[in-house]
Unconditional design. Structure first.
Length: 139
């Protein structure tokens, strides 16, 4: 009889191990699914908040650009000069010098190095000139 009881316990152990193995497989998968879904929702909320913030900043930027355009109008600049008592006046025609470039003067710096030559030769090896920095001045 003892022999039969041992076989009954051994025959019941197989399905229990199978159920525990399936449980150990599916529970982490379910937890991972729920965690990823929660992370997806959090990231979606962050994206919405950032889009709303971007829209607000874009509108504010547009308003400030319009304000700057109004402030840079010659009438407004003259008004500011008068209110600040800067004493600035328009130049008289004799103070204005007109410089006309001839074709030879326009091509004068023909032997000057190009921008790529300046980047590769004027700076020590391994260093590059900062992007966006120009040695030319626009007046």
């Amino acid at each position: 009889m003892a022999h039969n009881k041992r076989n009954e316990f051994g025959s019941r152990l197989g399905p229990v191990v199978t159920v525990l193995a399936l449980f150990a497989l599916f529970v982490p998968l379910g937890i991972g699914y729920v965690w990823f879904k929660d992370q997806n929702d959090l990231l979606g909320d962050q994206v919405k908040k950032l889009e709303v913030s971007l829209d607000g900043l874009t509108k504010e930027n547009r308003v400030r650009r319009d304000q700057l355009a109004v402030l840079c109008l010659p009438e407004n600049l003259e008004k500011q000069v008068k209110t600040m008592n800067l004493g600035l006046v328009a130049p008289i025609p004799g103070q204005i010098k007109v410089i006309r470039l001839t074709e030879t003067a326009a091509n004068f710096p023909s032997n000057a190095p190009s921008n790529s030559q300046v980047n590769s030769t004027a700076w020590p090896a391994g260093q590059q000139r900062a992007q966006g920095v120009s040695s030319e001045r626009n007046y």
